[in-house]
Design a protein around this ligand. Structure first.
Ligand code: NYM
Length: 212
């Protein structure tokens, strides 16, 4: 008989919502509870495609908008076999951004609709839980200056937030909105609680396909 599979847990949110910190804390807490868990992040800048994306984000190179969107998606597809393998081995994956950032960021650019942006990611491993770390633009501003990478301006981030709001209306996904203004520890406990529930639910289910 097949063993129990791991869960695919995604953390999403606008920049500076605390996703990376929370991903790390979640992996540590799950491991402490005796659950095999690993962290991944997108873009994964270590692959050849990831290096092209990284250079674009650092403004060292320019890429046409559709092209870079497809590269972000290709970066997920190149890791999809590994994601499936890990889940089947019983490892829970905690992922810092996924296709939702892909859609929210590109569709915040002029001339892009959600549907076009979603298409390249249709069929990727479907997350069992998408935690959205909610932070108002005013709260985000209190956390200091934006960085120097592409997209790191408050106007653009506000449009990205609107796109995320549209994506969260999709009832085919298990979206959970978390208040990221809470203290780091309280937020962590809430994220851990949601994750444990999703892991228990996913155990007996096959891995499904995103947006299919
Ligand atoms: N980003 C991230 C996209 O535009 N499309 C995507 O598919 C993904 C996964 O890259 N501003 C954007 C969001 C971020 C930037 O993310 C890099 P990070 O987490 O700062 O490395």
């Amino acid at each position: 008989m097949m063993g129990r599979r791991g869960a695919l847990i995604i953390l999403e949110g606008v920049d500076r919502a605390g996703k990376t910190t929370q991903c790390k804390k979640l992996v540590q807490a799950l491991q402490k509870n005796g659950r095999p868990a690993e962290m991944m992040r997108f873009p994964d800048r270590t692959t050849m495609i990831g290096q092209m994306i990284s250079s674009y984000l650092e403004k060292k190179t320019n890429l046409e908008d559709h092209t870079v969107h497809l590269l972000f998606s290709a970066n997920r597809w190149e890791l999809a076999p590994l994601i499936k393998k890990k889940l089947q081995q019983g490892v829970t994956l905690v992922v810092d951004r996924y296709a939702f950032s892909g859609v929210a960021f590109t569709s915040a650019k002029p001339g892009f609709c959600l549907e076009w942006c979603r298409n390249p990611d249709v069929g990727l491993p479907k997350p069992d839980l998408v935690l959205f770390l909610q932070l108002s633009p005013a709260e985000a501003a209190k956390r200091g200056q934006f960085g120097v990478e592409r997209y790191e301006t408050s106007d653009f981030q506000q449009t990205v937030q609107h796109r995320f709001n549209q994506l969260m209306k999709d009832p085919s996904l298990n979206w959970q909105v978390m208040d990221a203004t809470k203290g780091m520890e309280d937020l962590h406990q809430e994220i851990l609680r949601q994750s444990e529930a999703a892991i228990a639910e996913a155990e007996s289910q096959p891995i499904k396909e995103l947006w299919k």
